[in-house]
Design a protein around this ligand. Structure first.
Ligand code: XLS
Ligand code: NI
Ligand code: NI
Length: 444
């Protein structure tokens, strides 16, 4: 591949300079090459850049069009612009030291007048991406299809009342799976888009859920037929764009998948801001997925405590991320998943340099949280506390309860003849919060 012109000429590859560095364009905690337990930090954290935000985000909101104008967005031919944009993107991936990227089909290539034309455009950009991946070593964490922007999807894709739209969405996802496979994608994501409803006055909820399940079964069958090895991921979100999204949260996602016999084929892509919109903490969603053996990947971002929509901000809340990391590490990590920055610049952050500040902050916060979580787990105080709290189920009648060897009759007799009144025991929440605060204050 011939060397392209630099799109971020003033910015050198970001280097680790340690927590005391005064250089804003350096990592304070993310030391990509540091080897921990035989693996580089890069391989542990598997950071990924979200193409739609980093390279298609323009800062628009319902009150005005974009504010962010990139110097490389020049020309009249949409496919040529898309190619140059991709050059800029891969330069960024390398300079920010991200080993992965993620995209929707329509992020990387313009939609054509027909599906055939859209597919041709996509093929051209996929070829370009292949060359870039080869030249840089950056890999595809996951691919997905945009089934929500085009007008045809205004009433949903697979849950659309019109079977014609369902068929179109199927054709689009078939192609998205093909190209994800061609680029070696390690996962494929299904975020609900407009799979939900606004009013029951025009909606048959049962039929829509049946159709969504039919769609996912078709995806599973097709992936098998092409020997696609990537992991399928559902990304729950409770609301936005529709008022009632069907994949509300991880728990309802698990129920949906089990109802329709899909649970073996899917894990979850958990997004911080979607968790909080559902009224959960980030760590709660991770724990629910992990408990079912379905923790897949993370869309790393943050919401705003005061706003009730998906603000997709970069997350620098080390406390929140440390708790999340504890849950992730305890579950044995993310496997083929990673930490994808599904996060965007604020509307007035218009310089290319802001892209670097944003991602440096997100990466550093996660890297610090990772180290803190490792320390906390290695220390074992928290783990030991929780283990002790449940110790009564480890032996005797407690173990018989857990193993379902006793019933109400036996326990009734046991309480009446032997056990009597239980002795209450403190949950020690404040003590544990202080312990956590101490870990955070002492640093990694
Ligand atoms: C939107 C979602 C979306 C998915 C990919 O809220 O987070 O960006 O991650 O379709
Ligand atoms: Ni997301
Ligand atoms: Ni989101």
């Amino acid at each position: 591949m011939k060397k392209a012109k630099a799109h971020f000429p003033k910015i050198r590859p970001i280097a680790y300079e340690g927590p005391k560095s005064a250089n804003a364009l350096s990592f304070k905690h993310y030391n990509p090459d540091e080897v921990i337990d035989g693996k580089t930090t890069t391989a542990h954290l598997r950071f990924s850049i979200a193409y739609w935000h980093a390279f298609r985000g323009v800062g628009s909101d319902p009150f005005g069009p974009g504010t962010i104008v990139r110097p490389w967005e020049k020309g009249t031919d949409a496919v040529s612009i898309a190619r140059i944009r991709m050059d800029a993107a891969f330069e960024f991936f390398q300079k920010i030291r991200a080993p992965f990227w993620c995209f929707h089909d329509r992020d990387i290539a313009p939609e054509g007048r027909t599906l055939a034309q859209s597919n041709r455009n996509l093929d051209r950009l996929v070829d370009h991406a292949k060359d870039h991946q080869k030249a840089t070593g950056v890999k595809l964490l996951w691919g997905t299809a945009n089934l929500f922007s085009n007008r045809r999807y205004m009433c949903g894709a697979s849950t659309n009342p019109d079977a014609h739209v369902f068929a179109y969405a199927a054709a689009q996802v078939k192609k998205a799976l093909d190209v994800t496979q061609q680029l070696g994608g390690e996962n494929y994501v299904f975020w609900g888009g407009r799979e939900g409803y606004e009013t029951l006055l025009n909606t048959n909820l049962r039929r829509e859920q049946d159709h969504l399940a039919a769609f996912l079964h078709m995806a599973v069958d097709y992936a098998k037929s092409i020997s696609f090895k990537g992991q399928f991921l559902i990304e729950p979100k409770p609301k936005e764009p529709t008022k009632h999204q069907y994949d509300f949260d991880v728990a309802s996602g698990i129920a949906f998948l089990r109802t329709y016999g899909l649970e073996k084929h899917f894990k979850f892509n958990i997004e911080t801001n979607h968790a909080t919109l559902a009224g959960h903490t980030f760590a709660h969603e991770i724990e629910v997925a992990a408990a079912a053996g379905m923790l897949g990947s993370i869309d790393a971002n943050a919401g705003d405590e005061l706003l009730g929509w998906d603000t997709d901000q970069f997350n620098t809340n080390v406390r929140e991320l440390t708790l999340a990391m504890i849950s992730i590490l305890r579950a044995g990590g993310l496997g083929s998943g990673g930490l994808n920055f599904d996060a965007k610049l604020r509307r007035p952050s218009i310089d290319p340099e802001d892209l670097f500040h944003a991602h440096i902050g997100g990466m550093d916060a996660y890297a610090l949280a990772f180290k803190l979580a490792r320390r906390i787990l290695a220390d074992g105080k928290l783990e030991q506390f929780v283990a002790n709290r449940y110790a009564s189920y480890d032996a005797g009648y407690g173990r018989d309860i857990a193993q379902r060897r006793l019933g109400f009759r036996e326990l009734n007799k046991l309480v009446l003849t032997k056990l009597g009144e239980p002795k209450p025991c403190s949950g020690r929440q404040e003590y544990l919060e202080n312990l956590l605060a101490q870990y955070l204050a002492n640093g990694a």
